[in-house]
Design a protein around this ligand. Structure first.
Ligand SMILES: Cc1cc2nc3c(=O)[nH]c(=O)nc-3n(C[C@H](O)[C@H](O)[C@H](O)COP(=O)(O)OP(=O)(O)OC[C@H]3O[C@@H](n4cnc5c(N)ncnc54)[C@H](O)[C@@H]3O)c2cc1C
Length: 456
């Protein structure tokens, strides 16, 4: 559906004020689509052109040749139980080889993370930085939706120190997609992005829109925010990175699909023309994909000192088209927490009654499915840290930043432990990014497991 109009609104707890829409968030000429529906539409077209698709299979590891170059991926075994033993339906994962492997796993890709480490691809880049995006598709009473209208908000319920805001896309069939993005470099370990999203829905302006409606589906996903200065080297022997795996999202626009598609096309040109991964880094850096990121490179780090200073920086960067000879630095999100006994923000939260009731109720709308009897795909690699340091210093923020209640503090005869409810996982990767000690590792679960985002 064509985007018809935009609003950009600043919220206080009870009030709202329209501001001029920043150029990056003007959507004239854009279309509102469901990515899930678009991929389903695209798949048979790709197959008709001779592309082999393997839906339901997860690439669990990279495969290397004798010289240490990537030669393909290894599909995870199917039919392995929680203890790692083969079940009756066991099928060993196959290896798929390719002259060049293109990693397009989205934000914080699991194999991409390994490749970046193995080949030291981020050595000359700033740390990558992320946000969490949560989205709900609502069906509203007839007559309330203005199809094609797009609204963005900043302000309440986020304090000035936390970068983020909301989007509302008015769609057809009385539906709206309501979303909330929140940077993961927030300092207060007691903060919960999910709670902030739910609070936003209770602002009088949003309540008026949503009350009486019902949620059709919901989900969450990390958003890669580092842009230009956090771009790792995107080539390694035998493989290249594209899309969100490379970190190509334009964060002031909150748009990454065009960059993912363009980088996929660039990868195709690279493969056809040179049949080697060598030279892809230069090709990408010289493309209009990077030119777009360069123009906006200072906008996200401009918000490190709060909302209003960020807005001023964004204004300057937009007016000068990013031509000022400076590049502000990005920082690693997980290093930004303050110890729990330090400063706490007053969030001015309100009582809430709109659905979902809590995170577990939200997981229901993500239609996530994992066979419980499979190896846990969220590994706490140093569980001792949870109660020797993390509890005291940060109060186990995993129990709050996860939008799906995967991490639960349990105390029983065996003592205290973090129970990992991996079956709830919606694959947003927030835990892998935001854990203060970086001891949580997200790996691919058995192929086909995970959320089923209908029309999101
Ligand atoms: C809440 C939210 C709202 C957004 N709104 C917009 C918007 O309005 N406009 C816009 O342009 N962008 C938007 N974005 C960003 C956009 O979704 C991404 O930039 C874009 O999807 C990136 O495309 P990609 O192909 O690189 O990665 P993805 O779309 O994430 O696709 C990666 C795919 O690979 C699969 N995968 C990952 N690892 C493996 C593995 N090991 N084996 C097998 N499969 C694997 C994943 O399941 C996924 O299907 C939004 C993001 C969020 C979170």
């Amino acid at each position: 559906m064509p985007a018809t109009s935009d609003d950009f609104v600043s919220l206080s707890k009870t009030g709202s004020r329209k501001l001029p829409t920043p150029p990056q968030q003007k959507n004239h000429g854009n279309f509102i689509v469901s990515l899930g529906a678009m991929c389903a539409w695209l798949a048979p077209k790709a197959e008709a052109l001779g592309v082999d698709l393997f839906p339901g299979f997860a690439a669990a590891d990279l495969s290397y040749d004798d010289d240490g170059a990537v030669q393909g991926v290894i599909i995870g075994d199917m039919g392995v139980d929680r203890e790692g033993k083969e079940k009756d339906n066991y099928v060993q994962g196959i290896e798929i080889r390719a002259p060049i492997t293109v990693l397009g796993e989205g934000a914080r890709g699991h194999l991409t993370k390994r490749a970046i480490k193995k080949y030291d691809l981020a050595a000359d880049a700033d740390p990558q930085t992320y946000g969490i995006g949560m989205k709900e598709l609502w069906k509203l009473p007839a007559g309330r939706v203005k199809p094609g209208h797009i609204q963005h908000t900043i302000g309440w319920p986020l304090p000035s120190e936390i970068y983020g805001g909301s989007f509302v896309y008015h769609m057809d069939k009385d539906r709206v997609a309501v979303g909330f993005v929140c940077a993961l470099d927030y300092k207060d370990p007691d903060f919960s992005p999910f709670e902030a999203f739910q609070q936003f829905k209770h602002h009088p302006m949003m309540r008026e829109l949503l009350e009486g409606g019902e949620i059709l589906s919901a989900g969450a996903r990390a958003i890669v925010e580092g842009g230009y200065q956090s771009l790792p080297k995107v080539e390694m022997p035998g493989a290249i990175l594209i899309g969100d795996s490379a970190g190509l999202l334009n964060v002031p626009k909150i748009k990454g699909t065009h960059q993912a598609m363009k980088s996929g096309m660039l990868a195709a040109e690279q493969i056809v023309e040179s049949k080697s991964s060598q030279g892809f880094d230069a090709r990408l850096r010289n493309s209009d994909i990077m030119a777009e990121l360069k123009k906006v490179r200072n906008i996200r780090p401009g918000f490190h000192k709060g909302l209003w200073r960020g807005i001023i920086t964004a204004g300057i960067e937009t007016a000068t088209a990013g031509k000022l000879p400076r590049t502000l630095s990005n920082h690693a999100d997980y290093q930004q927490y303050r110890k729990r006994n330090g400063h706490r923000f007053d969030y001015e939260f309100v009582d809430r009654d709109l659905p979902p009731r809590d995170r577990l109720a939200s997981v229901y709308f993500a239609s996530t499915e994992h066979d419980e009897n499979q190896p846990i795909h969220l590994k706490i690699v140093e569980p001792d840290v949870c109660f020797t340091r993390c509890e005291e210093e940060y109060g186990n923020p995993c129990t709050r930043f996860c939008p799906a209640s995967v991490y639960e503090k349990v105390e029983d005869e065996g003592g205290k432990r973090i129970q990992v409810n991996a079956a709830n996982c919606v694959h947003c990767k927030t835990c892998d990014i935001a854990d203060p000690y970086q001891v949580i590792e997200w790996v691919t679960p058995e192929g086909g497991s995970g959320p089923n985002y209908i029309n999101l």
